[in-house]
Design a binder for this molecule. Structure first.
Ligand SMILES: Nc1ncnc2c1ncn2[C@@H]1O[C@H](COP(=O)(O)OP(=O)(O)OP(=O)(O)O)[C@@H](O)[C@H]1O
Length: 242
């Protein structure tokens, strides 16, 4: 099992992986992945289908007992998956509160729901929510834990294009307000370029490329620098030019 050392926030990086390896049977999926994420940094993880992105994220989240390597987490992490994974028999507020301890759980839950724009839905059942609303509850459930790192596995992948844009805006705002770091697994090159400070490409079981995103806080796909980076990334991912 990968060694996982919880620690206190002492400076950069907030999350480190060193020589992470994972085989499924005879197939090596991760063959020595090393990475570091600085406090407050958003890193997008891209790579072809089946390249091991979700496997890596699960390992970083401490959800894979079979991996080897070292994971050093300085602080707390919270995960948001592509599916909301809400418990259907619990109301929204109870889902957000799940496993929370300490004072004023109800107040913290209410604040987290307000931050994702769902203050009025705390008594709803998950089945009564739209896909976008359910995913916002999943974000609130992560946020209420005040994570130092958010691990996001295609969090908006199942949403329609418009909802996806809104969720990207929400994530940008929450990150500016809370200052958490994030690792964002995504298939969407544009999403990666809109949200990330740095891009990692996973290929053949290792981080094959690392690209800083020097685009500033206000980003637009219409910006030529954005377009150039998108083209470079698509080339790297083997997507031919139109
Ligand atoms: N529990 C498992 N048992 C066997 N093989 C697995 C298991 N989980 C993942 N794999 C295999 O490991 C490889 C990487 O899977 P993973 O889901 O991490 O890729 P991914 O990059 O997230 O893919 P996608 O972008 O399609 O979601 C795939 O070949 C997959 O079939």
């Amino acid at each position: 099992m990968a060694t996982r050392t919880p620690g206190h926030l002492t400076g950069a990086p907030v999350l480190t992986a060193a020589d992470v390896r994972r085989d499924f049977g005879a197939v090596p999926v991760l063959a020595g992945v090393s990475l570091g994420i600085a406090p407050g940094e958003v890193v997008a993880l891209l790579g072809g289908s089946g390249s091991g992105k979700s496997t890596l994220l699960r390992i970083l989240a401490g959800l894979d007992a079979e991996a080897t390597g070292e994971i050093d987490l300085r602080g707390t992490a919270a995960v948001v998956f592509q599916e909301h994974r809400l418990l259907p028999w619990k109301r929204v507020a109870a889902n957000v509160a799940l496993g929370l301890a300490g004072p004023d759980v109800a107040g913290r839950v209410a604040r987290a729901l307000a931050e994702v724009g769902l203050a009025d839905r705390h008594r709803a059942w998950p089945a009564e929510l739209s896909g976008g609303q359910a995913q916002r509850v999943a974000v609130a459930r992560a946020l209420v834990r005040e994570p130092d790192v958010l691990l996001l596995d295609e969090p908006f992948g199942a949403l329609d294009a418009l909802t996806r844009l809104r969720m990207q805006g929400l994530l940008r705002r929450l990150r500016a307000e809370h200052g958490f770091a994030a690792l964002l697994v995504t298939h969407d090159v544009e999403e990666a370029l809109l949200l990330a400070d740095r891009l990692l490409v996973l290929e053949d079981g290792v981080i094959a490329e690392e690209l800083p995103v020097h685009l500033g806080p206000t980003r637009s796909p219409d910006d030529p620098a954005f377009g150039a980076l998108r083209r470079r990334l698509l080339d790297r991912l083997g997507v031919p030019a139109p």
